[in-house]
Design a protein around this ligand. Structure first.
Ligand code: PMP
Ligand code: GLU
Length: 387
């Protein structure tokens, strides 16, 4: 009954582990979950107020498929202000979360046999969607010794005449690595003279703790032309459930193609979310964003210190996002078994590294209160000692 296409899809392991943790908790088990890529903060009040106002004003009907003009204007202003990128409204489309942006983008650009370069460890969804669209995944392996970043040489070696796209995620999920302007410029140079598209996933842009954030499209005119900038509000203003994402590209034909696809599949995103998103994009929640960033930074520092005190465990201090990619290769070479046993015996949920293409690690989300982080890491330490 099912298509070959859908049969090739694996379940999202990040969602699977967090759902399991929630289920066990609901059954009364003592669970501490560090699995979800989801801020534990509420959505800022000013954003919620805008949504309530939209409902009370009956702003509850279908809208333009690609987003209302005021929202697209707010996105264009944000991209100009924060990233130095100039896009007009017809170069922007609003989607049901950045995951949907990626789905639309891959559907519109990847044909059977096209190669897509994905730096590894990667966010779980990329290879699955690429395969779903008929593309072939070409991984570039990175390690903690090189801060989990690809080098220009690695990129050059991965290019073939079939390369269609490079996916860049900065800051990265699951490693938290952030590419500097110089590093992005060096990668951009390798792509000059090719037709390779760059999908730049900038979901964690607002969660940078060291150095500064650079948008891939901003490093050169050549890079601007080949890059599709993808972003959303799930992580920066704690709006995971609202479903808001967008992409912006120099290529209007591409944006129009994804609009056609969206018009035949989901139509516009929720009208109420659109009104709320304008407030977030206009900078009205910037104080809340900064408060969350500071809190994440304190948690990161504490968690890194505690993990690096555990014998057999090491972790890099990530420059961004809210994940630690914890190296457990000295104590386990099967992260799936490790994570399963850890959950069963201590109630601590983490995501096995293999889900991100990298054995010998697990992902620990520090988007959880600091007290739970301390207790959780103490349980992990005890578990490892008893292995
Ligand atoms: N990109 C990255 C790197 C992510 O971690 C996520 C996590 N949800 C997304 C995109 C998608 O976010 P959303 O669909 O909630 O906008
Ligand atoms: N992106 C988040 C994560 O990595 C949310 C879950 C998902 O969408 O996969 O945990």
């Amino acid at each position: 009954m099912l298509t070959h296409r859908v049969n090739t899809l694996s379940e999202s392991i990040t969602i699977a582990v967090s759902t399991l943790a929630q289920e066990l908790k609901a059954k009364g088990k003592d669970i501490l979950s560090f699995s979800a890529g989801e801020p534990d903060f509420g959505t800022p009040q000013i954003i919620k107020d805008a949504a309530i106002e939209a409902i009370n004003n009956d702003f509850t009907k279908y809208t333009a498929v690609d987003g209302i003009p005021a929202l697209k204007k707010a996105i264009a202003n944000k991209l100009q202000r924060d990233n130095g990128l100039t896009y007009t409204s017809d170069q922007i489309i609003v989607n049901n979360g950045a995951k949907h942006s990626l789905f639309n983008l891959f559907s519109a650009t990847i044909d059977k046999g096209d190669e897509v370069i994905i730096p590894s460890p990667y966010w779980v969804t990329y290879p699955e969607l690429v395969k779903y669209c008929g593309g072939s995944v070409v991984k570039i392996e990175t390690q903690d010794v090189s801060a989990f970043k690809i080098t220009p040489k690695q990129l050059k070696n991965a290019l073939t005449p079939k390369t269609k796209m490079l996916i860049l995620t900065t800051p990265s999920n699951p490693t938290g690595s952030v590419y500097s302007k110089e590093e992005l410029t060096a990668l951009a140079k390798v792509l000059e003279g090719t037709n390779v598209i760059v999908a730049s996933d900038e979901m964690y842009e607002k969660l940078v703790y060291e150095g500064s954030f650079t948008s891939a499209a901003s490093v050169s005119q050549d890079m601007y032309k080949r890059t599709i900038t993808i972003n959303g509000l799930s992580k920066s203003v704690a709006m995971t459930g609202w479903r808001f994402g967008y992409m912006a590209a120099d290529n209007r034909e591409l944006i129009q193609a994804t609009k056609k696809l969206q018009g035949q599949s989901t139509s516009n995103i929720n009208s109420i979310t659109q009104m709320a998103a304008i407030v977030a994009l206009d900078g009205k929640a910037d104080k809340d964003i900064e408060m969350m960033r500071q809190e994440f930074k304190a948690r990161r520092d504490e968690a890194v210190k505690l993990f690096n005190n555990i014998k057999g465990v090491s972790v890099l201090k990530p420059d961004g996002a809210f994940y630690l990619f914890v190296n457990i290769s000295e104590v386990s070479n099967d992260s799936l078994v490790f994570a399963k046993k850890l959950l069963e015996s201590t109630g601590v949920a983490v995501v096995p590294g293999i889900g991100f293409g990298c054995e010998g690690y697990f992902r620990f989300s520090f988007a959880t209160d600091i007290e739970s982080i301390r207790i959780g890491i103490a349980r992990i330490e005890k578990f490892i000692k008893e292995l």
